[in-house]
Design a protein around this ligand. Structure first.
Ligand code: FES
Length: 212
């Protein structure tokens, strides 16, 4: 998929004071002269601040990390985790359309996006609060089909649970990430009821991590 910068760009980009301090602290993690290795987390922070990665943000990051602008541009345009156009103010839905998700109904999810958000991906809803795009495998195929919003995965979706998810976002309800069929992780769907005791931290080390 060809990924280009938006034709509509802001005049400038600057980190907020908090983000600038955070970014400076990140540089200490890398040996002198190797600060370019911080390009992904610094770009990600810029996106978290503005919602997307603009040309001025790319220029700022290149200057901040003392690296050629084109190298930052390469990173921003290669990874689809970086949004190159303004996205919805409440949520940008990244719908996985790769084979396992497609076989489990992702096309239906994309039809919901077309009906509820915008017929065209990478375009804002009428009120500017939502946008969507089809992305390649999100690495959660066992819980297909799934949708990513920011850093969160919403899994085991179908038309109705996805419509509910969109409605919750519209109503500022902060939906809880995870499976929509009751799975804790990627255990076989038939185990959900039978092995409810799996939801004890003594049997699943990752539970404590996700509780906090
Ligand atoms: S195919 Fe959708 S997460 Fe892998």
């Amino acid at each position: 998929m060809l990924r280009r910068l938006s034709t509509d760009q802001p005049e400038k980009f600057n980190f907020t004071k908090v983000n600038l301090n955070w970014a400076k602290a990140q540089l200490k993690k890398y040996p002198k002269g190797r600060q370019a290795s911080a390009v992904i987390p610094i770009l990600w922070r810029a996106q978290e601040q503005e919602g997307w990665v603009s040309k001025p943000a790319i220029e700022f990051v290149a200057d901040f990390l003392d690296m050629p602008e084109v190298r930052v541009l390469e990173v921003a345009t290669f990874y689809f985790m970086f949004h190159l156009k303004p996205v919805g103010s409440k949520a940008h839905f990244q719908v996985c359309g790769t084979t396992p998700c497609m076989l489990r109904g992702s096309e239906e999810l994309m039809n919901v996006c077309k009906a509820r958000i915008n017929e065209k991906q990478h375009s804002l809803s009428t009120d500017g609060s939502m946008s969507w795009e089809e992305v390649e495998c999100l690495g959660g195929c066992a819980n297909a089909p799934l949708v990513q919003i920011g850093s969160d995965y919403f899994e085991d979706l179908d038309k109705s649970s996805f419509e509910k998810l969109i409605a919750d976002v519209e109503e500022d309800k902060s939906p809880v990430p995870g499976s929509r069929t009751g799975r804790f992780s990627s255990e076989p769907a038939s185990m959900t009821k039978k092995y409810s005791r799996k939801k004890s931290s003594s049997e699943n080390a990752s539970i404590e991590r996700f509780r906090g």
